[in-house]
Design a protein around this ligand. Structure first.
Ligand code: M6R
Length: 609
């Protein structure tokens, strides 16, 4: 939520800030702005709307200077307009601040600062920061920021520049991510890695309540007590090309087409193809710990939550361990009933989702081992968790999560198989059988992707409906939820996911010929039940699109349209079934002219509660 970029060096700051903002736009796109420092003056330019509008504004006059901050906003306090856009400054325009997070005690601070004579112009919580820093300023910016942050309650990642102490950017964070990019004679500040990759892949992750003083030649990091800290520079393996659309119309489409690669990367990385055995590094659970697990709790939000639901089926089936799945946003406020022998898994593409981090913290407080499944190395979740499994998916830029979902599913299969191997809930030949089928998945995914023109045709037929029901049963029920989420978040069409067997307990009342139903009906153990559900739907004159197993003739006599996926094991169908649903949502949204990579009101990383 909100993206921060900062530059200090000898180049012109504006092009670098704009470029970084474009890479961070997925974090919020209600308004954007920059502040550039030169000759004892800070020039601020900001605009409502997406970065493109800021860019247009800058065409009229570009602030010159080698030090600057940029911000793209996802509004929390105050409407997305020019006044509320960041950067914000204090009374004398000597300090500019960009902020990600929420300052919870801002009203109290604002009242006090107003009574001291400060003049506020926006409705934001952020504006208290430059005024507070102004009022705490004695002889240097770092101390003023440190003293000010001691008064702040809530969450923040901030970048601050000042004409009174011009050779630096001061930055700090608490419950919102911030990283420092290390260049040669230049330094960077950003909310996320993709914004930096064009310039450097050497980064320092700022930890909670650390304060960085960044100059063009380096950085000094202190804690709130003023102690200087030794920090490691990490080399990031991603490269700049990974953050480009590479000829695709949208990141979402590129990322769907990368799914074969995601599956392949994970298999090659963790499965020994000759022995068909598994390796899961980064797992600090001992074999004894794994054998003793009594129950697993999986906590996540959004698409990651739906991956967790699929995970429940896989883990229970393969390991015989009881699994409970909860929204992290709900779990964090529940009474936590965890046993020392329970394992907690958190799933998060970004590794920065505030609710998931809070749930992780609560579990660690009661002594549970937390295993994280995440895409982003160095993210808060990856650093806090006791064990980490990475998705090997490369950066996911489209706001709608697609390839990360596939990576999450694969990771859950691999963890389940590994636990099954350790706990001996499956014998070697059963594991080998699953792995042999697993190895075919990249090719099967490829077959589906090659049939994209079929999905384009289907999207033309279905794009003018206003409501959709997605049905699935068993392990494919979460895929119905995910298919519906994809459609609603990028095309703004109402879509609901439902367990097929529950339809007759309510939703069937909605159905008529204006309300199409997408049914995930592979040839698995509940196939016949789902076929009965399709019959119930058809009796209401409803249009049915079936996702079925190649060669299934029966369904083609029932459903109005069928998209075929290759035959695989029951347990593996979710990986294949979700791909056409992602493409279906994508092409419908494209037909409707929606802003697919930046859907309205959404942000890629939800770093506020
Ligand atoms: O980064 P995370 O996986 O923790 O994000 C969780 C959700 O915010 C995310 O999956 C969201 O629902 C996406 N927009 C789904 O496409």
């Amino acid at each position: 939520m909100c993206g921060i970029i900062g530059y200090i060096g000898s180049k012109e700051a504006v092009p670098i800030l704009l470029d970084g903002l474009k890479k961070l736009e997925y974090r919020g796109y209600d308004s954007a702005g920059i502040a550039v420092l030169k000759d004892n003056k800070i020039e601020i330019k900001k605009s409502k709307g997406k970065i493109a509008r800021l860019e247009d504004l800058l065409k009229k006059s570009i602030p010159k200077g080698n030090t600057g901050l940029g911000h793209t906003r996802w509004a929390t306090h105050g409407k997305p307009n020019n006044l509320n856009a960041h950067p914000h400054n204090g009374c004398n325009s000597e300090i500019a601040v960009v902020h990600n997070g929420i300052i919870e005690n801002y009203l109290l601070l604002k009242e006090r600062l107003i009574s001291e004579g400060h003049n506020f112009v926006s409705e934001t919580d952020t504006e208290v920061l430059p005024h507070l820093i102004e009022s705490n300023y004695k002889d240097n910016l770092t101390s003023a920021v440190k003293e000010s942050l001691k008064e702040i309650e809530g969450s923040y990642a901030i970048g601050v520049i000042s004409t009174r102490d011009p050779e630096k950017i001061v930055a700090s964070r608490w419950r919102s991510p911030l990283i420092i990019g290390v260049g040669k004679g230049e330094m960077f500040l950003a909310s996320d890695i993709p914004a930096l990759l064009k310039y450097t892949n050497r980064v320092i992750f700022l930890e909670e309540r650390e304060i960085a003083t960044i100059t063009k030649d380096g950085v000094e990091i202190i804690n709130f007590e003023g102690k200087i800290l030794e920090k490691e520079i990490i080399n990031i393996e991603w490269d700049a090309e990974m953050t480009e659309k590479s000829g695709y119309k949208h990141f979402m489409l590129k990322e769907i087409f990368q799914e074969t690669m995601v599956i392949r990367n994970n298999l090659e990385d963790r499965i020994n193809l000759s022995t068909k055995s598994l390796e899961l590094y980064n797992l600090s659970l001992s074999l004894k710990n794994i054998k003793e697990i009594k129950k697993i709790f999986i906590l996540a939000c959004g698409t990651s939550y739906y991956a967790a639901l699929v995970g429940k089926y896989i883990l229970e089936e393969l390991t015989n361990i009881n699994v409970e799945v909860d929204y992290a946003s709900e779990f964090r406020y529940r009474k936590i009933l965890l046993d020392q022998k329970d394992l907690v898994m958190v799933i998060s593409q970004s590794g920065e989702t505030a609710d998931t981090i809070a749930a992780l913290n609560s579990c660690q407080e009661v002594g549970s081992h937390v295993l994280a499944i995440t895409n982003v190395r160095g993210s808060t979740i990856s650093r806090k968790a006791d064990s980490v499994i990475y998705l090997n998916a490369g950066p996911e830029i489209g706001v709608a999560s697609t390839k990360a979902f596939i990576g999450q599913l694969i990771s859950l299969y691999l963890i389940s198989l590994y636990f099954a191997q350790v706990r001996e809930s499956l014998n070697f030949s059963e594991i080998k059988k699953i792995i042999s089928e697993f190895i075919k998945l990249p090719q099967m995914a490829e077959i589906i992707l090659l049939k994209d023109p079929e999905i384009i045709k289907l999207s033309e037929e279905f794009c003018n409906f206003h409501n959709f029901l997605y049905l699935g049963r068993g392990i494919n029920y979460p895929i119905a939820l995910e298919g519906a989420l994809k459609l609603k978040e990028i095309s703004y069409i109402h879509a609901e996911g439902y367990p097929a067997g529950e339809m007759k307990h309510g939703p069937i009342a909605l159905l008529d010929k204006t309300f199409p139903v997408v049914v995930i009906a592979p040839r698995d153990k509940v196939y016949n039940k789902v076929i009965n559900n399709i019959k119930e739907v058809k009796a209401r004159d409803t249009l049915v699109l079936g996702i079925a197993t190649e060669g299934d003739k029966e369904i083609s006599n029932l459903a109005d349209r069928v998209f075929y996926i290759p035959q695989t094991l029951d347990l593996l169908y979710p990986i294949l079934a979700v791909i056409p649903l992602q493409l279906f949502a994508y092409h419908i949204a494209d037909k409707l002219g929606c802003d697919i990579d930046k859907p309205r009101n959404l942000a890629k990383s939800v770093t506020v509660e």
